[in-house]
Design a protein around this ligand. Structure first.
Ligand SMILES: [Zn+2]
Ligand SMILES: [Zn+2]
Length: 201
């Protein structure tokens, strides 16, 4: 069972630059620092609202709590842990702000990027039931792990309730709170003006 998109990880990690001189705080694990005997235990309480999500219609609220054990066999890394966070997003129909507590557990395997002659390797990966991601530059970006887990936890359809009536397309009223004045009639003055134009010509 593949629970996250390895290809997307590959692209992200190819673009990733190690923040050696950067001021930006990025949580990364340097692969070489994971002890092959004892692993590396990480408990990180993020600052308020971090890391920023790539999607603009959802955001992290409060302080995400990331707890994991990284283990390593050669250059293969396994991350087992949990993420607790509060995420806020808008109802797709009425734009009401909704919040969702997230409590995800994960078990992820990371390997270095595949060699270009990848066809054979991809087949091997496909036979494996583990979800596999790639790391680049000897480091794994934990912010991306958090983002990915948040994405997985968010529902596909983001509605305040299944039968949300949404907003009136003419006046913007929330139809969950009752019918608006427009109610089927074309009351937008701009449309009326257009109609008149048509008749005049
Ligand atoms: Zn709604
Ligand atoms: Zn209306």
């Amino acid at each position: 069972m593949t629970i996250f998109c390895a290809k997307r990880f590959l692209i992200r990690h190819l673009n990733m630059q190690l923040p050696l001189c950067s001021k930006a705080l990025v949580m990364i694990i340097v692969v070489g620092q994971i002890s092959e005997e004892e692993g590396l235990r990480i408990h990180h309480l993020y600052p308020e609202g971090e890391p920023h999500l790539e999607e603009t219609d959802s955001r992290i609220k409060g302080r995400p709590d990331l707890c994991l054990l990284a283990t390593r066999a050669g250059d293969e890394v396994q991350l087992e842990g949990s993420l607790k966070a509060m995420v806020e997003f808008d109802c797709d129909r009425c734009l009401k702000v909704l919040s969702l507590p997230i409590d995800q557990t994960f078990d992820l395997v990371y390997i270095p990027p595949l060699k270009p002659s990848g066809a054979h390797d991809e087949k091997e990966l496909g036979n494996d039931d583990l979800s596999v991601g790639f790391y680049q530059g000897q480091a794994i970006d934990l912010d991306d792990v958090v983002r990915e887990q948040v994405e997985l936890a968010l529902p596909m359809s983001r509605l305040c309730k299944e039968d949300c009536l949404g907003l009136c397309q003419q006046c913007g009223a929330d139809l969950n709170e009752g019918a608006c004045q427009c109610d089927g009639r074309e009351s937008d003055p701009r449309w009326e003006a257009l109609k008149e134009l048509k008749f005049d010509n």
